[in-house]
Every structure is written in structure tokens, then in C-alpha cells.
Design a protein around this ligand. Sequence first.
Ligand SMILES: NC(=O)c1ccc[n+]([C@@H]2O[C@H](COP(=O)([O-])OP(=O)(O)OC[C@H]3O[C@@H](n4cnc5c(N)ncnc54)[C@H](OP(=O)(O)O)[C@@H]3O)[C@@H](O)[C@H]2O)c1
Length: 234
Amino acid sequence: MNVALIGSGKMGRMIRGMAADYDMTVTAVFDIDDPLRDDDETKRRLDAVPVLIDFTVPDAALPNVRTAALLGKNLVVGTTGWHDSLPAVGEIVRSAGIGVVYAANFSLGVNLFYKIADYAGALFAACSRYEPYLLESHHKAKKDAPSGTALALASILGSAMNRSDIPVTSLRAGYIPGMHEIGFDSRSDTVRLVHSARSREGFADGSLLAARWINGRTGLYRFADVLDDVLSGT
Ligand SMILES: NC(=O)c1ccc[n+]([C@@H]2O[C@H](COP(=O)([O-])OP(=O)(O)OC[C@H]3O[C@@H](n4cnc5c(N)ncnc54)[C@H](OP(=O)(O)O)[C@@H]3O)[C@@H](O)[C@H]2O)c1
């Protein structure tokens, strides 16, 4: 299967290096100097490419979805910071009849961790003596705090435990690739669940898995939909 990358930064380079592991070939790369366009030259370059993978910047994500729709290409969007535009993206995807998968976090481990958080939250909610909390640590260059993943975990735990007062603490220091801890604390003990990323490889893995999954599909999907299929063996 051929894929094209939009963005050749840290994630784009990682995906390019790992595509062969998924029997995929990166046949085109678009970047800031050679952006995705709806023109004849781009159509020619994408002739045998069914799916594009976008890891760029928040401002480029929506224009790239629009251009992919004009080109009739399916898309995996890993870029973060544009999710306020989801209703507009849904409309573009529907009217163009393309397929798009998006996620703030394409790591399989983190997405499984979301499911564990949901289950654990429901268990601990039944024992009112436990207080939930969230801790997250990332490298000093990360701009947002709390991380999108911590916000997702807070929302999952909040729904599972029916509470909106879960404390979230962020640390930005050094070169930590990413750590998220869910804790349940009582007078007598603490239960801690931790996800620690080792590298960006997990994000690239998930986005390549999503690229294969969205090939031939139409509609707007979250990575959780891909994971559900993986877990059910379909
Ligand atoms: N969903 C996930 O699992 C996940 C995981 C990691 C990262 N991310 C997100 O993915 C995005 C990229 O991350 P990254 O670490 O790869 O960042 P990065 O190293 O800064 O790479 C972004 C690249 O996109 C290029 N770019 C900017 N505008 C473009 C456009 N219109 N067309 C094509 N390329 C364009 C940039 O070029 P210049 O540098 O020349 O401007 C840069 O090379 C960020 O939003 C990040 O938060 C998501």
C-alpha cells in the first residue's frame, strides 16, 4: 500500500522510517515548501496513493483536510490543536465521501490505558473512600499543560466516577517523552496506574495502523474505532 506524508518533521520522519514494517511505501512527502495542493501535478504524484498521513501544525490541519477532500484522498490526521473544527471536518468528509481517522494520541498503549482508566474509575467510584488524581510529566519543550492525553484521561475518569473535581498536576522538565499516572488514594493505601512512553515510535505505529484501516472506508473516525476493530479481531 502506498501512502503520502504531509509534514516531514519529527513524526513525519519517524513514520517514513517505519512504513516498511507495515508493508507500506511512502511515495510522496509534502512539507512547508511543497504543501498539499489541489492541482494536476499533485494528482499525478498521488495517482497510486489512497491515504495521506498529516503530522503538521494546527493551522494546516483543516486546509489539508479540505485539499484531501478535493483530491478524493483518505486521511489520517495526527496533528493536534484543531479539534474545535471537528464539526466542519465532519461536514467536509461527508460531502466529499472520503474517510478520515484522527486522534490526539495514536499510541496503542495510551488508547488501551484509556479503557483501563474507564474500568478502574467505575470500580473505585463504588468505594467512596478513594480519591482520584492525575499526574503527567513531559519534556521541557512541550508547550501545552495539562497534555491532551491528561485531559482525555480526566474526562474518562470524570465520567466513570461521576465527578468533575479530579486534580491534574503537570511537570515539564528535561527530556521525558511522556508519563501519565492515574492514582486512587485512601487513608490506608494508594493504587497507581502508570503509562510511560519510551519514544515517538508508538504514535507512528498507531498512525500506520490507522492508515491501513481507513483505506477504502468513508466517514470520520476516532482512533478508538480502529482499536475496537483490532481488539475484536476484525
Ligand atoms: N496524535 C499523536 O499521536 C501525535 C503524536 C506526536 C505529535 N503529534 C502532533 O503532530 C504534529 C506534528 O508533530 P511533530 O512532532 O512532527 O512536529 P514537528 O517536528 O514540528 O513537524 C511538523 C512539520 O510540519 C511542517 N509543516 C508546517 N506547515 C505545513 C504545511 N502546511 N504542509 C506541510 N508541512 C507543514 C513543519 O515545517 P517547518 O518546520 O518548516 O515549519 C514541520 O516540518 C503536532 O501537532 C503534534 O502535537 C500528535
